[in-house]
Write a protein of this length. Sequence first.
Length: 379
Amino acid sequence: MDKLLMLPGPTIVPSEVLLAMAKPTIGHRSKEFGEIFYDTIEKLKKVFITENDTFIVTGSGTATMDMAISNIIKKGDKVLTIITGNFGERFANIVESYKGKAIKLEYEWGDLAKPEDVKEILDKEEDIKAVTIVHNETSTGARNYIDKIGKVVKDYDALYIVDTISSLGGDYVNVDKFHIDICVTGSQKCLAAPPGLAGITVSEKAWEVINKNENEKVGFYLDLKAYKKYLEKKQNPYTPAVNLIYALNKALELVLEEGIENRVKRHERLAKATRAGLEEMGIELFAKEEARSITVTSAKYPNGIDDKLREIMNKKYNIVIAGGQKHLSGKIFRIGHMGICGEKEILATLSCLELALKELGFNIEGSGVEKAKEILSKL
């Protein structure tokens, strides 16, 4: 029996996308593939809502996080890294790996960044090269308001770098309106394509910085200038994952057919239903209310219950949910409701969660399934 993936990535891949991936592999330098590749990039630009240069990289989302930093930084450069969870920390680690200075603006995991705090640091610190932020922290089930932060950063020389790996195609992202200079994403989350591809957009402001780094070593495979040069020929500088491009093309087509606004509304409905269902059962949510994600919900394990819950869900009910990361390991669990997830997947997950909790001796306060159905009927 197939597993029901209720993870914050990878997510359920539609059958149309899987079938697209099964088409015969063709030469990656052929005109035929060039047209498919370029069409995929044009579709990705529409989902990003940007006129900026956009590239597809064979690799995970972390590859484009690395790309965003390595192409703009020099040794000693300051980067303000906003940290609200594990992936905000990852940006700081990448900065430091390239001998940059990560100025960390840290918040409690499950909270969100405050625009006034960002402004205070930008006013105080000189020569900040860039500001990094994660839109949706899957590690905590919390999101940041990247539009509000963007309004602050646009008034400074610093580049605005945003990770939308687990939000693009699920939550609202508008690269140009939000003044984002470099935006990165991944294929396997809200876009509902298989893992293995990442996307990145680059503004003119960012290109000015990249071009000034002409004599700086930025690596080989992730050199943005090489990607730009080859895109003029509708190609990737290195062998792309041809069949994954087929899949992403179809996945993006499905996103655009549904419509960005409709897709965001669907994710909002599912998030509200999931939260309400968990709370009805007597489960405490983890992320702060104003910060709660619409693509993944985090919840605290009740006293006496740990990752055994996830094991039962997986082995007995074939539903895969995620646990906590780092210091939250064994303390929280996370339910992804992104990509093509719908009402039946949410209701099935809540139903089996109730059964698994009862098996572990937890006293269910109310029916999470009935509460979720009630919420869904009203939205």
